[in-house]
Design a protein around this ligand. Structure first.
Ligand code: GRF
Length: 216
């Protein structure tokens, strides 16, 4: 069992997937606090509906990044958080929080990193013309979407895709792999060696993929 704190800014579908996995017994974690930088984030409603404590930290009250992150750190510690889970948290994390939870902050990103870090990445993947995209759960370091990779899930890009349809396909995988990554952490199966993350007792994937599938 691991005590987690989830940081959000928006709709919170990833938060919901974690709540659902915990309630279904697929993720041995307890959400101690959901912290938002936006008072109107729908994620807060999701948390409250499940009886989970929430906190809002307004940027106007803590305009400097370090002061904001110190307040986040204080709240996380106050709630006994062991693992910090970023779920659509739209802020860069400073050294204050990185040092407070060294390699104990996870993020999910809707591309196959290191391709397409940053924002609006589903559109960027479509515009580039990649045949596969997906999502990445990684530990957070001091770069942009650059920390050690824990799990990736791959989805095909289809000819008729829009950024919205590709995002929906990727989101289904996000909701699958984020609770899994938390479960692996909870089981103590994650080992970080430099940039590489090893999962003890894991299975290799079934096979390679080709898109389009050409059978000549
Ligand atoms: C997801 O696409 C996630 O990969 C990215 O922000 C989005 C958050 O969506 N980091 P939600 O708030 O979990 O619905």
């Amino acid at each position: 069992m691991v005590n987690i704190g989830v940081l959000v800014s928006g709709s919170g579908t990833n938060l919901q997937s974690i709540i659902d996995a915990i309630e279904a017994g697929r993720c041995d974690a307890s959400i101690k606090i959901v912290v938002s930088n936006k008072a109107d984030a729908f994620a807060l409603e999701r948390a409250k509906k499940h009886g989970i404590a929430t906190a809002v930290i307004r940027v106007k009250d803590f305009p400097e990044r370090e002061a904001f992150d110190a307040e986040v750190l204080r709240i996380l510690r106050e709630h006994g958080v062991e693992l910090v889970v970023l779920a659509g948290f739209m802020r860069i994390i400073s050294k204050v929080l990185l040092d407070g939870y060294h390699m104990k902050i996870m993020n999910i990103h809707p591309s196959l990193l290191p391709s397409f870090p940053g924002l609006e990445v589903q559109k960027a993947a479509l515009d580039y013309g990649v045949k596969f995209s997906g999502c990445t759960v990684h530990f957070v370091d001091n770069g942009l979407d650059s920390g050690p990779i824990i799990i990736q899930a791959v989805v095909p890009v289809k000819d008729e895709d829009t950024a919205e349809s590709l995002s929906r396909r990727i989101l289904i995988e996000e909701h699958r792999i984020y609770p899994q990554a938390i479960q692996l952490f909870s089981e103590g199966r994650i080992e970080i060696r430099g940039r590489r993350v090893f999962i003890r007792n894991s299975q290799p994937p079934a096979s390679s993929l080709t898109n389009p599938l050409i059978t000549i």
